[in-house]
Design a protein around this ligand. Structure first.
Ligand SMILES: Cc1cc2nc3c(=O)[nH]c(=O)nc-3n(C[C@H](O)[C@H](O)[C@H](O)COP(=O)(O)OP(=O)(O)OC[C@H]3O[C@@H](n4cnc5c(N)ncnc54)[C@H](O)[C@@H]3O)c2cc1C
Length: 538
């Protein structure tokens, strides 16, 4: 079999298919090569407001309304209820002490809840990847991409303006020729191996391992520890159980499946024998009695997966005729759900670069554009790694962990608002790492946290974090009277309009346009779940 295309994309996860859809819409011919077959299990499921906004932006830019519907819970449920997904209203954290049932005080010392949306209709989502990715690859095929599943590529060669990929499909030899190869095959993927790309050592993060699967019949935390006053139902979120040496994630889908797993330092992984799968999970939960209650009736719906090394990054991201998507160039940790926004930012940038070429003809600054893509991809992975490493260093100190986390929420909410106001230049780089004030402060504060400060130095660090956040806080994160429960309130954005160089009137328009603020009649009409509570929607 011989296939000719402008671009060959290796890997048909959501990132490969989205790249294909973008390329098809600008008239490029595309071949997607997949070694497996859909539907297939994939980890990495929790989206964020920034990720959903980036999905929306890509959909608008490339005329993909069928993809745009997935950027919000309400439009997804109304348009494509056949594609399983989960409602995500925010990020929920509970901090546990070894061997003790979870307990907290009125000040919520041992929890953090940050709402991302004021009501379900514009809520974020968890992507049930077997359905989600299959749907995207079908869309790419419908848009004219050639989809080659069950295909194993053994050899790639770059010669002048052409790349050739040779392998086998369904037992038959296959020969693919393309002007450019995009690696969308995930970390430690196709080009990393085929080109022998060096992995660059992580600078701050301790070595970590993962153990995860899908479950059915997981009891809601809301049932184990009910609290009617929470800013949103604790389980309609990315639910984190944090303890010294690791953290558990729980993501619920509408089809009864819950994705759950744990990321652990090597030391904790060795203590529970993480490679033992189910037995290791039981040993872990034996030390977390309240979490164990959630899993008493649960059963696994997929075999356990043990990842002996979670984090990875390459030293190179592109070369003549090829580029790795950010999700192939690196993965840091599931903490803070950074994988999707990084991948989506990278897809947008790479499509920008590829748009500058006519098939077989490159624009004069092509090499510079590719180099810039590499530089930004690596810088974003760096910023993510340092923040996540600072969080790992603080898992035994809930107050410091929470404040460090607010650096992420401040940067993410500021970036989202700036982009929605069509002022992306105010929010340069993921986590604002390219911002002349916030970027260096983020770096310095994380470095201080990594030094594990005690006593006065630690208290001073917390104050410095608050000071760094304040100029970018458009979500009420500095309001200590909220006791670490942060609802999504329209008035926070209106009151902080000047930080976004906008007027209150402009923010009002944005709030109406984005569905953030709607009348209670409208809200009832478009509500898709029982959990909307108008009284709290601001
Ligand atoms: C434990 C864990 C949890 C995570 N949780 C989150 C989260 O909650 N939120 C978030 O934003 N990010 C998360 N991430 C990151 C997230 O998983 C990735 O960003 C995302 O899966 C990337 O999607 P993708 O389409 O690029 O790659 P993938 O989903 O990995 O898809 C790659 C595809 O390429 C195919 N392939 C691989 N090699 C070859 C080959 N040689 N030839 C042909 N095909 C090949 C595979 O079969 C697969 O279909 C998590 C990561 C991990 C490790």
């Amino acid at each position: 079999m011989r296939v000719d295309a402008d671009v060959a994309i290796v890997g048909s996860g959501f990132a490969g298919s989205l790249t294909a859809l973008g390329l098809r819409s600008i008239g490029r011919t595309v071949a997607i090569v997949e070694r497996g077959r859909h539907p297939r299990f994939a980890i990495g499921e929790s989206s964020t407001p920034l990720a959903n906004l980036l999905l929306e932006e890509l959909a608008d830019r490339y005329g993909l309304p069928q993809i745009r519907v997935f950027s919000k819970w309400g439009t997804w449920q109304r348009s494509r209820p056949d594609v399983a997904g989960g409602l995500k209203r925010g990020f929920t954290f509970f901090f546990h002490q070894p061997g003790q049932p979870f307990g907290d005080d009125r000040e919520h010392e041992r929890q953090l809840m940050v709402a991302a949306s004021p009501h379900d209709d514009i809520g974020d989502t968890h992507w049930y990847r077997p359905d989600f990715d299959q749907n995207l690859v079908r869309e790419a095929e419908a848009a004219g991409a050639i989809y080659l599943d069950d295909t194993a590529i053994d050899r790639v060669a770059f010669d002048g303006d052409r790349a050739t990929l040779d392998g086998r499909r369904l037992g038959q030899p296959i020969h693919i020729r393309a002007s450019f190869v995009v690696d969308a095959s995930g970390p430690r993927g196709f080009l990393s191996r085929a080109l022998g790309l060096d992995a660059s050592p992580l600078r701050w993060l301790p070595p970590t391992q993962g153990l995860y699967t899908h479950f059915e019949h997981v009891t809601r935390w809301d049932a184990v520890r009910p609290d009617a006053d929470r800013p949103y139902p604790a389980d309609d979120a990315a639910l984190h159980h944090v303890f010294a040496g690791g953290w558990i994630w729980m993501l619920r889908f509408g089809n009864g499946v819950t994705s759950a797993g744990v990321a652990l330092t090597d030391e904790t992984a060795a203590r529970i024998g993480a490679a033992d799968g189910a037995a290791a999970w039981d040993r872990l939960l034996a030390g977390l009695p309240s979490v164990r209650e959630q899993f008493q009736s649960a059963r696994t719906a997929h075999p356990w997966i043990h990842s002996p090394r979670l984090a990875f990054r390459t030293a190179r991201v592109c070369g003549p005729g090829w580029a790795l998507l950010p999700s192939a160039a690196g993965v840091i940790d599931p903490l803070l759900s950074t994988g999707f926004p990084l991948a989506l930012l990278g897809i947008g940038r790479l499509l920008d670069v590829l748009e500058r070429t006519a098939p077989g003809k490159k624009c004069p600054d092509w090499d510079n554009a590719l180099r810039a893509y590499e530089r930004i991809t690596l810088a974003e992975l760096d910023a993510t790694e340092q923040l996540v490493a600072a969080l790992y260093a603080s898992m035994d100190d809930a107050a410091l962990f929470k404040r460090l986390t607010l650096l992420y929420f401040a940067a993410a909410s500021f970036s989202e608002a700036a982009r929605r106001l069509k002022r992306p230049e105010l929010a340069p780089g993921f986590l604002l790492h390219g911002h002349p004030a916030f970027g260096p402060e983020l770096h310095a504060l994380c470095a201080m946290a990594l030094a594990k400060p005690h006593g006065r130095a630690r208290d001073e660090l917390i104050k410095m974090i608050d000071a760094a956040i304040e100029p970018f806080d458009v979500a009420g994160l500095c309001d200590r009277s909220r006791r670490d429960w942060y609802p999504a309130r329209a008035e926070d954005l209106v009151q902080n309009a000047s930080k976004l160089r906008a007027t209150a009137g402009e923010v009002d328009v944005l709030l109406e346009r984005s569905g953030f603020r709607i009348s209670s009649a409208g809200l009832k009409a478009c509500t898709t779940s029982d959990h909307v509570r108008d009284g709290r929607s601001g």
